[in-house]
Design a protein around this ligand. Structure first.
Ligand code: BGC
Length: 757
């Protein structure tokens, strides 16, 4: 798809910086303009590396036991985007002179963004500028810009000044708890030098002492028979370095500059300097056009595995393609990073990883790029030690409790009622491991990493909950996904994830115990974590007796044991400008009402439907639909999926359309702070798990196919085990096609179907 803008509106720039950002899972550069923008135009100029953080102290006037003392924050890195253009002494700016033609485009087929401008300077000179940007998927350390200036009627001196500017800080807004509130400088230059035509800038974070190396090289080419020499001089300046490229142009001539920037950091590399330099040289040798070609090939492969076609609604089809592309741009694939809730597109939520990954984003990768899904799991495995520590801080004698928000593995949430109390995240992680296990049957991975995570997380529930006089297993003082209801007993969602975690740990344990091939790894693990089978029995006993709140009177699952006793918030009479409620009401006030920020019980019904009677699914849906504000972007897609499940097709479609356009329409009003990545994943889920009703369990893939009235047909692709299949759903037919791999069997509306051609 192409996202195209042909008119320049300065008030939209900050939003476009998010929508047009270029990222590759490792680095992300916001779509700011290369040139200066006037001071009255809002811009959040940003460049980030996934998981590259500084630590900040957390201040509490009343610090209670176990409150985290510091948090990690994604660092806004030195500005590598700036390229100022001068025609004689006139500086190019979209806000000066006249923009005669303009086109800004994101091309997801090519994996690039472009900007084309025909500009008439205040002195009446006309030039064509064409800029292409790419964060390479094949060389993740590379951010490439090509900048060309063609003279239409200008004759004279041209200069491009390209900078690395370390005088940057993070974005702050003290009125919005979803972004950082205090301005601290996080990155400091250590040195800047020019070596063999390459600029090398070394930086270090203020508190976390992480190292960042930026290398840059400019290749200048003058075309159309230009005979004038081009000079390219680089040198250090106060806050970094600048490269000045100068030449003379006459009408018909064109100056093209290829700017290669590579970055490397000490979280990934022992020797980031030599690594960044080596990558820079590799990329220069390859050349810009070969790198662009590689990117296009990469994108073709991505589409081959993940293509969705909607016949009958090109707009939503484009929206979905945009969303899938953004998922790809946002996701770490190096086992030490995950997907921040805003990806690498902005600073909202300070670059933290939440449960968003496991529940909303992971499934897309599981079914389209299982190796990326595995890397996301491995991130959790690699931070298991942090989760054990966190459990200890929270008073647990055993088990692992994953932090609510984190970058490197420790808890970064300073408001525990809507933070650390969300124990369900640990169950969400376990759920992702189980889904991976069912989808891939990768027993080796379960032996290496999966079982350890499942056992440690299962232990947490035993240590947290207790058997009551009713013989049931209860979990007290936790918060479910709905952040408008905190620190409750027996949150239905939490108890369901815990139950699944406990059963799952026992299931994988037994499978590995019986596997001759994994005997050694299995024994080693039990010894490492001192696990005995008595514990396994306690898992099964707690899971079998898990208390799941239910109201006889309403025929619904109660969100928790006191939820239904509270008065219902009058959403209809609440003024529109009071949403999201979290920005206008004290949390405690909200907690006393039946009002949900986001899907909670309804999400549990989507993920864990087994055993829930049809009328309970329906009644619960209708009940919670009325009291949910969807103030979180993680909500609508889930209501859409369950509406499809229950045959409420109009509702399903409305929720879906809203979800798909979430960021493109700036629905939550804060896309400037970054994309809502979970929501993007949710739009994929809404097609595959919503309209096509996919669920994955022990018995494999199950579908309940529906087709929205608005469409003629749709199709999507899925990887399962070692096969790639294409599912097409039409008005009176459905088709399951094997694109590669072994034949598989799926269940469609309860009937077995073999997919072999
Ligand atoms: C939601 C959380 C989510 C977080 C990050 C919050 O508004 O309530 O469920 O994890 O945003 O996306």
């Amino acid at each position: 798809m192409k996202l195209t803008i042909t008119e320049f509106d300065p008030t939209d720039l900050v939003l476009q910086e998010t929508l047009f950002h270029t990222a590759n899972g490792y680095l992300g550069v916001r779509g700011s303009f290369e040139e200066n923008v006037p001071e009255n135009v809002q811009t959040i100029r940003g460049c980030y590396i996934n998981g590259f953080y500084d630590t900040i102290p957390l201040h509490y006037p009343e610090r209670l036991c176990g409150f985290p003392e510091e948090a990690q924050r994604l660092v806004n890195l030195p500005d590598i985007q700036t390229m100022r253009l001068y025609l004689n002494n006139e500086e190019f700016s979209m806000s000066k002179g006249e923009v005669l033609q303009y086109k800004r485009e994101l091309d997801t087929d090519k994996g690039i963004t472009t900007r084309e401008i025909r500009w008439k300077s205040p002195n009446g000179h006309t030039i064509d500028i064409a800029i292409t940007r790419m964060a390479s998927f094949t060389y993740p350390q590379l951010f490439l810009t090509t900048y060309s200036v063609a003279s239409v009627d200008f004759e004279g001196k041209i200069e491009l000044a390209s900078e690395i500017n370390c005088g940057v800080s993070n974005f702050t807004d003290s009125n919005d708890p979803r972004v950082a509130s205090e301005r601290i400088q996080h990155i400091f230059p250590k040195s800047a030098e020019v070596l063999g035509g390459n600029v090398i800038v070394e930086c270090q974070t203020g508190a976390s002492n992480l190292q960042l190396i930026i290398c840059q090289h400019h290749k200048a080419i003058i075309s159309k028979g230009g005979f004038n020499p081009v000079t390219c001089e680089s040198g250090p300046v106060e806050n970094g370095a600048v490269t000045r490229i100068k030449t003379d142009l006459v009408p018909g001539e064109l100056l093209l500059v290829e700017k290669y920037t590579t970055m490397s950091d000490s979280r990934r590399q022992k020797h980031p300097r030599s690594y960044a330099l080596q990558r820079l040289n590799d990329c220069i040798n390859k050349g810009a056009s070969a790198l662009f070609e590689q990117q296009a090939d990469f994108m073709e492969d991505f589409r081959h595995n993940s293509k969705i076609d909607i016949n009958g609604c090109p707009e939503l089809q484009d929206g979905l393609e945009f969303n899938m592309y953004q998922l790809l741009q946002s996701t770490g694939r190096d086992c030490i990073t995950s997907v921040a809730s805003k990806g690498i597109s902005g600073e909202g939520y300070e670059g933290h990883y939440f449960w968003d990954t496991e529940i909303y984003i992971f499934p897309f990768f599981l079914y389209t790029q299982p190796e990326t899904a595995k890397s996301l799991l491995q991130f959790r495995y690699n931070t298991l030690e942090g989760a054990r520590k966190h459990a200890g801080i929270m008073g647990h004698g055993k088990g692992a409790l994953y932090p609510w928000r984190t970058i490197s593995g420790s808890e970064c949430s300073s408001y525990f009622p809507a933070g650390s109390a969300q124990y369900h995240l640990t169950g969400d992680v376990a759920h992702a491991f189980m889904q991976y296990y069912y989808a891939t049957d990768d027993l080796d991975y379960m032996a290496e990493s999966g079982l350890e995570v499942l056992l440690e997380t299962a232990r947490l529930w035993i240590d947290t909950g207790n058997f009551g006089d009713d013989g049931k297993f209860h979990i007290h003082s936790v918060t479910g996904p709905d952040e408008y209801t905190c620190c409750v007993s027996d949150n239905y969602y939490t108890n369901r994830t815990a139950q699944h975690n406990l059963f799952g740990a026992a299931e994988v344990y037994k499978r590995l115990k019986a596997s001759e091939q994994h005997k050694q790894a299995f024994a080693k693990l039990l010894d490492k974590i001192k696990f005995s089978e008595i514990e396994l029995e306690s898992f099964t006993r707690a899971a079998e007796n898990m208390f799941l709140p239910y109201s006889e009177e309403l025929g619904i699952n109660a969100q928790d044991s006191s939820f239904l006793e509270k008065p219902i918030w009058d959403i209809a009479s609440t003024p529109k400008d009071k949403f999201p409620l979290l920005l206008h009401y004290h949390p405690l006030y909200l907690y006393r009402f039946q009002v949900c920020k986001q899907a909670d019980t309804v999400l549990a019904h989507f993920l864990f439907e087994d055993g829930v009677p049809e009328n309970v699914l329906r009644n619960s849906y209708l009940y919670y639909d009325k009291i949910t504000t969807h103030d979180s972007s993680l909500s609508g897609c889930v209501f859409g999926i369950m509406a499809s499940r229950l045959g409420l097709s109009e509702k399903a479609y409305a929720y879906f359309a809203d979800t798909v356009g979430g960021d493109l329409n700036n629905k939550h009003g804060n896309t400037k702070d970054g994309l809502h990545i979970a929501n993007l994943g949710g739009s994929w889920l809404a097609v595959v798990c919503g309209f096509a009703g996919l669920r994955l369990g022990k018995d494999g893939l199950r579908f309940r196919l529906t087709l929205p009235d608005e469409w003629e047909s749709y199709s999507f692709r899925l990887r399962y085990r070692n096969s790639l299949i294409k599912v097409t759903v039409g008005r009176q037919y459905s088709n399951f096609e094997l694109l590669s791999g072994e034949p598989i069997t799926v269940f469609v509306d309860g009937v077995e179907r073999h997919v072999f051609v």
